[in-house]
Ligand binder design. Structure first.
Ligand SMILES: *[C@@H]1O[C@H](CO)[C@@H](O)[C@H](O)[C@H]1NC(C)=O
Ligand SMILES: *[C@@H]1O[C@H](CO)[C@@H](O)[C@H](O)[C@H]1NC(C)=O
Ligand SMILES: *[C@@H]1O[C@H](CO)[C@@H](O)[C@H](O)[C@H]1NC(C)=O
Ligand SMILES: *[C@@H]1O[C@H](CO)[C@@H](O)[C@H](O)[C@H]1NC(C)=O
Ligand SMILES: *[C@@H]1O[C@H](CO)[C@@H](O)[C@H](O)[C@H]1NC(C)=O
Ligand SMILES: *[C@@H]1O[C@H](CO)[C@@H](O)[C@H](O)[C@H]1NC(C)=O
Ligand SMILES: *[C@@H]1O[C@H](CO)[C@@H](O)[C@H](O)[C@H]1NC(C)=O
Ligand SMILES: *[C@@H]1O[C@H](CO)[C@@H](O)[C@H](O)[C@H]1NC(C)=O
Length: 547
């Protein structure tokens, strides 16, 4: 489709909301004005200020706070000031101007190339690079207060570019499938065993970085790595449901372990999000098509109900041969939101229905525990009333719990912990923004209150060891940086005006860092002064990508 300059100017003037019926895609529910709940939004902002205040007081500039001992971690995110960077765009969206000013000043001083320990591609990308780009986008968008020193805002993009440049040796493998770590001094890749999520959680950030810097080398590296995942060898057990481990020498898959759990999750997540971010960038449909294939297969072969609970639906974990294990980890709970996003974009009601059922089922796990928070791992008895692990078949306590709630928490390892997990809150937020049904944000309010209750006055937040014990069965001396990036952001966005970070204007990386959609949805089908330089130029040249 081509359009004239006159058309562009008119569209830019009139398109304060959504141009109707212009062939563009509408994702978010069209809320009437006044759909926010300012009081509840403010309660979340107060929680951010209270908990972040502890980090500022005891550990400012370091990576993280250990909230009970009030000691600091400065190394888990390479001493870059991980909590500041991961939380920055949330603070910008909340207009916490003093926190943002201090955070920008500190971040501008960080040297993203001076690290002696090994740097891990995955977390450096999703938390640091994406945190820097998310903050940069919000400050450049003109949608938020941005009267901060310009050189400090520009330092965000420069820092992301420096870090991504130093990470390039990770891709120095025979196939181009990245290794997990690199050493900034000798510039060698390290730790070659690789999972699918690490390889497949690059395209969104790396495309955006290339768009913003004009340097296409980042996009090229991510596209090459991704090419092995969407052309899987050997063929997976079901179309689109690729294995969990990739050989970095050949790009071949090493197992048949499929599903939407940790190790695979954000590979699927990014296929649809990167397509929506810019349909032209994925060569018009490669990623979208693979995502559709995977979701269709997942609905058919991986979506199961516990015995006696036909309304609950979970996307099961599998073993290395691809047999269902009738359990999920909490990470899987992002999938409901991802199905809803893609279903809304494609107009696929079956995907939206599946997304609602998956989200309701993860919510069930929160709603039925003593604390109101969900566990890391849950399992259930299958259609034949048996568990994957036979040890649980005759366990009376587990049987009783499952008969009541549909699932049980396996009595092993870290199954019962709640470590600030955002995924269920995330899917509930997508359900709210896509359906407009207010029951969803009531759920997130209940979860927010649950988060807020097991704390003491002098320790405003900690992570808990057992979601089914009074006061969480003990406190874990940790405050994950994603509590600020994701948990509190999804909660805030559940109550603030739905136009704030609208799904028609932003795509969120797997750590909830918002990137401005480049083209394709209704809200962005006209040039804006905050498009990336590449797309802005393209639009001015009136060469729109065919959709
Ligand atoms: C954290 O560690 C980094 C890297 O070692 C160092 O440059 C930085 O000064 C440390 N931050 C603080 C606040 O001590
Ligand atoms: C954000 O805070 C600044 C400084 O306190 C204030 O001037 C501005 O009006 C606020 N913006 C919004 C959108 O609330
Ligand atoms: C690199 O960091 C170390 C320790 O954090 C510091 O002593 C050194 O001066 C830094 N080097 C450069 C070139 O900035
Ligand atoms: C990184 O490489 C340098 C130079 O070869 C070496 O001295 C250092 O021990 C390496 N660091 C790590 C953490 O492997
Ligand atoms: C479960 O949901 C109901 C209805 O939304 C609510 O009243 C109740 O407090 C919730 N229970 C827990 C433990 O979250
Ligand atoms: C349940 O039992 C039936 C009959 O034995 C069998 O055909 C089916 O495969 C079983 N289902 C599962 C999930 O094990
Ligand atoms: C479990 O209970 C059934 C009867 O309910 C019994 O036949 C079976 O032997 C028991 N299995 C184990 C491992 O105890
Ligand atoms: C959250 O906890 C704080 C501190 O105990 C309290 O002041 C606040 O009212 C609580 N908020 C909600 C919504 O319960």
């Amino acid at each position: 489709m081509k359009f004239s300059l006159v058309g562009v100017l008119i569209a830019a003037v009139v398109a304060t909301a959504t141009p109707a019926n212009s062939g563009c895609k509408q994702i978010q529910y069209q809320f009437p004005s006044g759909s926010g709940n300012p009081e509840r939004a403010k309660a979340v902002v107060d929680a951010y200020r209270r908990v972040y205040g502890e980090y500022e007081k005891y550990c400012f500039g370091k990576d993280g706070l250990q909230p009970i001992s009030k000691t600091c971690d400065n190394g888990s995110l390479w001493g870059f000031g991980g909590t500041i960077i991961d939380g920055l765009d949330t603070a910008i969206a909340m207009n916490l101007t003093d926190i943002v000013a201090k955070g920008l000043e500190n971040t501008a001083k960080v040297d993203f190339s001076n690290v002696t320990i090994l740097v891990e591609l995955f977390d450096a990308n999703i938390r640091i690079i994406a945190g820097l780009l998310g903050a940069y986008d919000l400050l450049k968008s003109g949608m938020f207060f941005n009267d901060y020193p310009k050189d400090q805002i520009d330092a965000l993009l420069a820092g992301a570019k420096t870090l991504a440049t130093n990470l390039k040796p990770c891709f120095d493998t025979p196939s181009g499938v990245p290794a997990s770590f690199t050493n900034f001094t000798n510039k060698q890749p390290s730790h070659k065993a690789q999972n699918t999520a690490v390889v497949g959680t690059l395209i969104l950030e790396y495309f955006h970085l290339s768009d913003l810097t004009g340097d296409d080398s980042f996009a090229a590296l991510a596209r090459k790595a991704e090419s092995y995942l969407i052309n899987p060898k050997p063929a997976p057990k079901y179309p689109g449901l690729v294995g969990g481990q990739v050989n970095t020498d050949t790009g071949d898959f090493l197992d048949y372990n499929f599903g939407w759990q940790s190790g695979l999750d954000s590979f699927f997540e990014y296929l649809i999000k990167t397509h929506i971010y810019d349909p032209g960038q994925d060569r018009n449909s490669e990623y979208l098509n693979f995502w559709t294939l995977a979701v269709d297969s997942s609905m058919k072969h991986d979506t199961v109900s516990p015995y006696g609970f036909p309304n609950l639906k979970f996307l099961s974990n599998t073993d290395t041969l691809g047999n269902l294990k009738y359990s999920i980890d909490d990470y899987t709970c992002f999938a409901g939101g991802n199905f809803l996003l893609g279903g809304a974009y494609l107009g696929r009601q079956d995907m939206k229905d599946a997304g609602i059922a998956l989200t309701d089922s993860c919510h069930q796990a929160y709603n039925t525990t003593l604390t109101g928070l969900g566990p890391l791992t849950l399992a259930w008895y299958n259609e034949n009333n048996t568990a994957y692990n036979p040890a649980y078949n005759n366990d009376t306590a587990l049987r009783e719990y499952a008969t009541k709630n549909g699932y049980f928490i396996p009595p092993e390892g870290f199954s019962a912990v709640y470590f600030s997990f955002p995924e269920t809150i995330e899917s509930i937020w997508y359900a709210w923004r896509i359906t407009g049904d207010t029951r969803w944000r009531e759920y997130n309010w209940e979860i927010f209150k649950a988060l807020n209750t097991t704390r003491s006055e002098d320790i405003p937040y900690w992570e808990i060891l057992n979601v089914n014990k009074p006061s969480g069965g003990g406190a874990w001396n940790s405050l994950s940086t994603y509590f600020f990036a994701e948990t509190l952001k999804y909660l805030y966005l559940s109550f603030t005006d739905p136009e704030v970070l609208s799904l028609d204007r932003f795509q969120f990386n797997t750590e909830c860092h918002p990137f401005l959609i480049q083209q394709g949805t209704c809200a962005v089908s006209y040039p804006r002064d905050y498009d990336s330089p590449r797309v802005y130029k393209q639009k001015l040249n009136l060469e729109r990508v065919e959709l």
